[in-house]
Design a protein around this ligand. Structure first.
Ligand code: PLP
Length: 394
């Protein structure tokens, strides 16, 4: 009989020659547990997904309740499904008034795809402006607005009429014109190695979009659901987008995403053609039930308030001559080192010593810190000790 590792390498698609190859038997709270019972402190959260920790009891209970009622019943937007409507209502109740119409998807990339289509249809324009080092997903449309040629070159032709500008460069805002359908931007750039925009830059961007009629899309797929210390990162900057993209932390570990806009904007999907955007599984009732429980728990347990103190502790403890910079906001942090070889070696040593950290797609000399929001101060102290030891060793 082949081992799970052999089957993994043989029958599941491989996208790199150096997968982490950690077998997971169980996950609970801030820990992943392997088949020998060894526990690993998770500082990655399944890539900013497990904000509540793994298998939060409220999420598990909501999933179990929904399992006893129904699973998939029809394509999106036809039947009234309580988990969908209640989750959509809860989301709109915590968002600004203009973000009241929720289109549920299965993933972040699908949210990006839907939002790009919506902006084009709403404005009757085609140009999309995106940012260098941006990441919005890996499907063709999302890949077209990715700001890294390395990942795109093998897949051309991609979408036409995409233009890239630099974050925090106010002069380049003049590239946004009355031909621009949308400007798409991560509220805090994630895969770029965590780059926080200036608040006054975002305000100027908002003004430019208002002047030109371009739709402003904020991708909060990584920053949403409390990760940065606010429910959504745009709250730090006091700038409200026209379309908001969500996924990752949204489902408490279940797959779900959404793009959210005004009812007026979303209504353009209704005609010419009707069914302007279609999904079979988007807004799956079990994922929506899990999502509603996740959002209610984040709010009820006020998981956002302690985030700033936890960020401070990481920043205080992570002092080392080899650390060049710590960037980020809340529990979305990046430790800047020298090069990829060092990052990979440090990450490997951390995992060997029971702490899971990882790297970024567009910034290969930095390490990702994105633990569940429920991480304790003692767990942070342990994690930092392991990280500093690994950095000293490499
Ligand atoms: N947008 C951002 C900012 C992301 O970080 C990601 C995933 O890492 C995506 C979009 C794509 O989400 P998904 O992997 O669910 O398609």
């Amino acid at each position: 009989m082949l081992s799970h590792k052999q089957l993994f390498l043989l029958n599941t698609a491989q996208t790199s020659d150096f997968p982490r190859l950690l077998e997971i038997e169980k996950a609970e709270g801030c820990y992943l547990i392997d088949p020998t019972g060894r526990k690993y402190l998770d500082l990655v959260s399944g890539f900013a997904v497990s904000n509540l920790g793994h298998r939060h009891p409220n999420v598990i209970e909501a999933i179990k309740k929904q399992l006893d009622k129904y699973l998939h019943v029809t394509v999106y937007g036809e039947y009234i499904q309580a988990p969908q409507v209640l989750f959509a209502q809860k989301l709109s109740s915590v968002l600004p008034k203009n973000l009241s119409s929720v289109y549920f998807t299965n993933s972040g990339a699908e949210a990006t795809e839907g939002a790009l289509k919506l902006a084009k249809k709403f404005t009757n324009r085609s140009q999309i402006i995106s940012f260098h080092h941006a990441y919005h997903g890996s499907t063709h449309g999302a890949l077209s607005v990715m700001g890294n040629e390395y990942y795109k070159q093998a897949y051309r032709p991609l979408l036409p009429d995409i233009h890239f500008i630099n974050l925090n460069n106010k002069q380049q805002l003049d590239d946004i014109t009355s031909n621009t359908a949308a400007v798409i931007l991560e509220a805090i750039q994630g895969e770029a190695g965590v780059r926080v925009p200036d608040a006054d830059y975002l305000k100027a961007l908002r003004t430019k979009c208002n002047e030109t009629g371009a739709v402003l899309i904020f991708d909060e797929i990584q920053t949403g659901f409390g990760r940065t210390g606010k429910l959504f990162a745009f709250e730090h900057f006091d700038v409200i987008p026209d379309i908001l993209l969500l996924a990752k932390g949204m489902g408490g570990g279940m797959p779900i995403g959404a793009f959210i806009a005004s009812k007026k904007m979303m209504d353009v999907f209704k005609d010419n053609p009707i069914l302007g955007h279609i999904t079979t599984f988007g807004g799956h009732p079990v994922s929506c039930a899990a999502g509603l429980a996740t959002l209610e728990t984040i709010l009820a347990e006020d998981l956002m308030s302690p985030v700033e103190e936890k960020e401070k502790l990481f920043r205080t403890l992570l002092k080392h001559p080899k650390i060049k910079e710590i960037r980020g906001k809340g529990l979305m942090l990046s430790i800047q080192l020298d090069n990829f070889k060092q990052v990979e070696a440090v990450s490997k040593t951390c995992v060997e010593n029971g702490v899971i950290i990882d790297w970024f797609l567009h910034c290969d000399n930095a390490m990702r810190i994105a633990p569940p929001l429920i991480i304790t101060l003692d767990e942070i102290k342990f994690a930092c000790k392991v990280i500093l030891g690994a950095i000293s060793a490499h």
